[in-house]
Design a protein around this ligand. Structure first.
Ligand code: MN
Length: 764
């Protein structure tokens, strides 16, 4: 074989060089064989190369040696090689090929790999296909990749799109979908991303995330080759990899039999093509519209909705708002979303997926919850499909400024779809039921409940917390004041009905706090809220004794004081469990708190417990203020009714214990008429564990109060075996009263060192 050869190809004189050079050492393939291959395959290859700017991988010294990637026309390029500066890159003059001699010249350059853009010289701004590169991780078998390719093909078919496969010649499979060349790269990449997001949701083994850590164990659906300037290996091109594998288009039937992405090497391609032909022949004829048609509706549908998303777009500045840009997607058909929107008024937004967009209504108050009630629903502009997942802050100056929370989404089915009357059934994870929307005039509709599954009346138990002696820290933790008062769940059942306040043991204590049961303080038709009722000193620190005295005050005393109720009670709301029949307990804590803040109409008595991010600062200032402690919450934690979890942790400044009073000693000196000390114990494994005597922390008034309670109890025989001080002066009583005691530490005997009385434990 001569080292150099001057030949003529298609009328073009061509100088070929270094022909004997082996470019694939392990299989002994020379440059001459490579040029021959490219010339032989050019009738097929040109269909895919012609008029597309190329980027090249060149290996003039053989694969693995000084292999490099290039897109700029080399200085020595002959004049007859065509090139162009594409609109996405004004630095590089991209070669392209339209004739066999162009291909031969590139092959002589040892441009083993030729990668094409998704658009042609016909209109470089507008792609005429998109690609999805199935990039396996080590955890997946070849058969799984093939199965996924078939799933993707079916999915795209269902969207009205064709899909062609080729072995990448590397590890994966490239899927190519021809599209009608009508929109720019940005529009196409957005649309492809939307389409694939829906696919990924249904196929958890896949991901769109490129980052190694995020795609671990998953098959990457690489959709990022559809950006302008990105290229993909052309069909029938060699790969610069050991064994001279070829990027090989295959029919779906042949693909099913393929054993790896490198099933075809240089030698096998031409015989296969001669026998089976080009598997992608006519691919361009299968080009379909990637963007679903808009504006094709029946007359009634056209009236029932705004036909296009122009209303939506005109109201918004997408530089400002994070709301989705207008685009439709048939994948949204038959799906619904309900959002809670804290705009000028707190309202619900109902969105039904029809014709690739979301028909939308704003519902100022809750959805109807019984067959009698009709609710006003204002038809708003159609929203883009993507809005079904939208949640976030809309800047105050923008249309609909305020926070939007996603409450529920799922499927729905139509029962009736007429011009002025719609009937549909929501099948969400929270919202179920069949509803009717009746058009009355202009944008006004009436919403009615047709039927709903019977929901059992929910009564909750408050969530409990773990405790810690030191302040936990972590990026997902938030901090609140630990309000020292009466823990309650507040129920709102209907618009005009006063709130019901229920204690931890589910006792109705509403009558004791008439100033706190104003239904207007909760901006919802119904709700279940978690809160603490407190009395406060002038600095805002809770006074436990006072709130307990409110709890015990007799009804006639309460109503006698026309000036109001003394001491004043306040309610600090810190969580929300239900809103207008929607269970929020599985939402993350930060979302519940944000919704709570929107629902509570703040006033002198009605407050929302603030969230602090700097736990140390709160802990320090709380200590100075004399607060009981700090609550630490996992901002992503759910609400676990009645359960104690480490999602909520209380950190108290003092070590405290709840102890039972099992006896008391007779008083002497100035306590002559009172008692001397209390004997404390704790039940452990059905046995009394004696905790010692408690003689400080109460004033005479408190002692008188306690003594009255002690005297009301039956006297019993000594219930413990321990030898104790002042046994002869002790009266033993049945254990029915508990108190909270602060103490310094435990003694070796298991009693409390330096105990101080804090309060009687109320069975609230
Ligand atoms: Mn809204």
């Amino acid at each position: 074989m001569p080292k150099k050869l001057i030949t003529e190809l298609n009328g073009q004189r061509l100088k070929l060089s270094n022909l004997q050079k082996i470019l694939y050492p392990s299989v002994g393939i020379s440059k001459a064989e490579i040029i021959q291959y490219y010339i032989a395959v050019s009738p097929y290859l040109l269909k895919y190369l012609a008029g597309r700017p190329l980027s090249l991988i060149r290996a003039p010294d053989g694969i693995g040696l000084k292999q490099f990637y290039t897109k700029n026309r080399p200085g020595f390029t002959p004049d007859w090689m065509p090139s162009i500066f594409p609109p996405w890159d004004d630095e590089n003059d991209y070669l392209y090929a339209t004739e066999v001699q162009h291909i031969a010249w590139l092959a002589n350059l040892a441009a083993l790999e030729m990668h094409t853009s998704n658009s042609t010289l016909g209109d470089l701004d507008k792609p005429d296909f998109f690609v999805i590169d199935l990039d396996p991780s080590e955890d997946h078998t070849w058969d799984q990749i093939k199965a996924l390719a078939i799933e993707l093909k079916k999915y795209l078919r269902a969207q009205g799109l064709a899909c062609f496969a080729k072995l990448s010649g590397g590890k994966g499979i490239h899927l190519r979908t021809p599209i009608i060349c009508s929109r720019d790269y940005d529009a196409v990449t957005d649309r492809v991303k939307d389409l694939m997001k829906t696919f990924v949701r249904k196929h958890p083994q896949t991901t769109l995330r490129v980052h190694k850590d995020q795609r671990r164990g998953k098959i990457l659906l690489d959709i990022y080759r559809n950006h302008p300037g990105n290229t993909i290996i052309a069909p029938y091109c060699l790969r610069a990899r050991t064994g001279a594998p070829v990027a090989m288009p295959l029919s779906w039937t042949v693909l099913e039999a393929a054993e790896s992405a490198q099933d075809f090497q240089l030698a096998g391609v031409i015989p296969h093509l001669e026998k089976h032909g080009d598997a992608w022949d006519g691919i361009g004829d299968s080009a379909m519209e990637l963007f679903p048609a808009q504006g094709i509706y029946t007359a009634s549908e056209a009236q029932a909705k705004n036909v296009k998303l122009t209303d939506y777009a005109e109201k918004r500045d997408f530089e400002q708002t994070s709301e989705p840009i207008p685009s439709s997607d048939p994948a949204v058909n038959g799906r619904f979303a309900v959002q809670l929107h804290d705009a000028r008024n707190l309202h619900y937004d109902l969105r039904l997926g029809v014709d690739g967009v979301l028909w939308s209504w704003a519902i100022p108050k809750a959805f109807p919850s019984d067959q009698e009630a009709s609710r006003l629903a204002i038809r708003t502009e159609d929203h883009p499909a993507k809005y079904i997942d939208f949640e976030g802050e809309i800047p105050a100056a923008e249309y609909g400024g305020g926070t939007m929370w996603l409450l529920d989404q799922g499927e729905f089915i139509w029962h009736k779809k007429e011009e002025k009357s719609l009937e549909f059934e929501l099948k969400g994870s929270k919202l179920h039921g069949r509803y009717k929307l009746i058009h009355t005039r202009e944008r006004q509709w009436l919403m009615r409940l047709v039927s709903a599954p019977r929901v059992k009346q929910t009564s909750f138990k408050p969530m409990l917390c773990a405790s810690s002696n030191s302040l936990p820290t972590g990026k997902d933790l938030i901090y609140e004041v630990k309000w020292d008062g009466i823990r309650t769940l507040i129920y709102k059942d209907a618009d005009e009905t006063p709130l019901t306040i229920r204690s931890k043991s589910d006792r109705d204590i509403s009558l004791q706090f008439p100033e706190l049961i104003d239904p207007a303080s909760v901006d919802a038709r119904s709700a279940v809220l978690d809160a603490e009722i407190v009395c406060l000193d002038e600095r805002g620190a809770p006074l436990f004794d006072q709130v307990i005295s409110r709890l015990h005050r007799k009804i006639d005393e309460r109503y006698m004081d026309s000036a109001g109720f003394r001491p004043k009670a306040y309610i600090y709301y810190f969580d929300i469990l239900m809103l207008d029949g929607v269970d929020l307990t599985d939402f993350p804590m930060h979302k519940r708190h944000a919704i709570l803040s929107a629902v509570i109409k703040r006033g002198e008595h009605f407050r929302v417990s603030d969230i602090f991010l700097d736990g140390q600062a709160l802990y320090k200032s709380g200590k100075t203020m004399g607060l009981e402690g700090v609550m630490v919450k996992d901002k992503n934690g759910k609400y676990h009714p009645g359960r104690r979890t480490s999602d909520w942790i209380k950190v108290k400044y003092r070590q405290t214990i709840d102890a039972m009073i099992i006896g008391y000693t007779a008083g002497k000196g100035d306590r002559q008429s009172l008692f001397g000390a209390l004997h404390l114990a704790q039940m452990q494994d059905d046995q009394w564990q004696y905790l010692g005597k408690l003689g400080t922390g109460f004033d005479h008034e408190k002692m008188r109060e306690i003594l009255a309670q002690l005297k009301a109890l039956d006297e019993i025989k000594k219930p413990i075996d321990d030898k104790i001080e002042e046994e002869s002066r002790t009266t033993w009583i049945e254990a029915n009263l508990a108190c909270e005691v602060q103490f310094a530490s435990w003694t070796a005997k298991g009693t409390l060192r330096e105990p101080v009385f804090l309060r009687m434990k109320e069975k609230i």
